[in-house]
Design a protein around this ligand. Structure first.
Ligand SMILES: [Zn+2]
Length: 211
């Protein structure tokens, strides 16, 4: 479907607002497909408990993939400030909820993001927003990690960016190998963070517990 036919989803096209209104035609199309899926897996989509389920799935999926309509660069540009601070800035324990592109099952955990300012800083609340923009799409954890790194590097132009993401993948724990407690860790670095000393400082900061 052409994006231009989706005015309501485009309500967030300024890269900022939460998508909380949905295009009725899109919802109805998606619902029909999900109703068919329910039948195909052996359910009865006309039984009471499932009557509104296709519509609920459609809305949930649009919420979980709202990142396609958002522009992380716009979010960053909206809150960059000139500032002489040049020490490492770390935002840790950012909640991540995404879906793997291979099974459309959730993966979730934490992201830790750091950068070393080169004349500009960004409002701290924007970093979790950027994580969300890339997480609310079909993803693989490796690409998610790189996209967050590249977005911050290309907008703020800092001396370096470090991103570490730790997630559990339901496609691993609910099916297949069923390693219930395995956590996948990915990392991506630029600039100063390619040096061992800086990277070690970052890794120490994100593993330290407060209080
Ligand atoms: Zn998967």
């Amino acid at each position: 479907m052409d994006k231009e036919n989706l005015p309501d989803r485009d309500a967030g096209a300024n890269g900022y607002q939460k998508i909380d209104r949905y295009n009725p035609e899109l919802i109805s199309n998606l619902s029909a497909h999900y109703k068919d899926v329910l039948s195909q897996i052996g359910e009865d989509p006309t039984r009471e408990g499932l009557l509104r389920t296709p519509e609920r799935i459609a809305k949930a999926m649009l919420f979980l993939t709202q990142g396609y309509d958002l522009d992380a660069k716009v979010i960053m540009d909206s809150a960059m400030f000139k500032e002489e601070y040049s020490q490492m800035v770390v935002v840790k324990d950012i909640e991540v909820y995404s879906m793997c592109e291979h099974h459309m099952l959730p993966f979730f955990g934490k992201a830790h993001v750091a950068y070393i300012p080169n004349g500009y800083v960004v409002g701290l609340s924007k970093i979790p927003r950027v994580v969300d923009v890339f997480a609310r799409r079909l993803q693989v954890q490796e690409r998610l990690t790189n996209e967050i790194r590249d977005c911050i590097q290309n907008t703020l132009n800092p001396y370096g960016v470090g991103v570490v993401i730790e997630c559990r993948h339901l496609c691993m724990s609910m099916r297949g190998v069923q390693k219930q407690n395995s956590v996948t860790t990915t990392s991506a670095f630029t600039g100063e963070f390619l040096k061992e000393k800086t990277r070690t400082e970052f890794l120490n900061l994100i593993s330290a517990k407060l209080g």
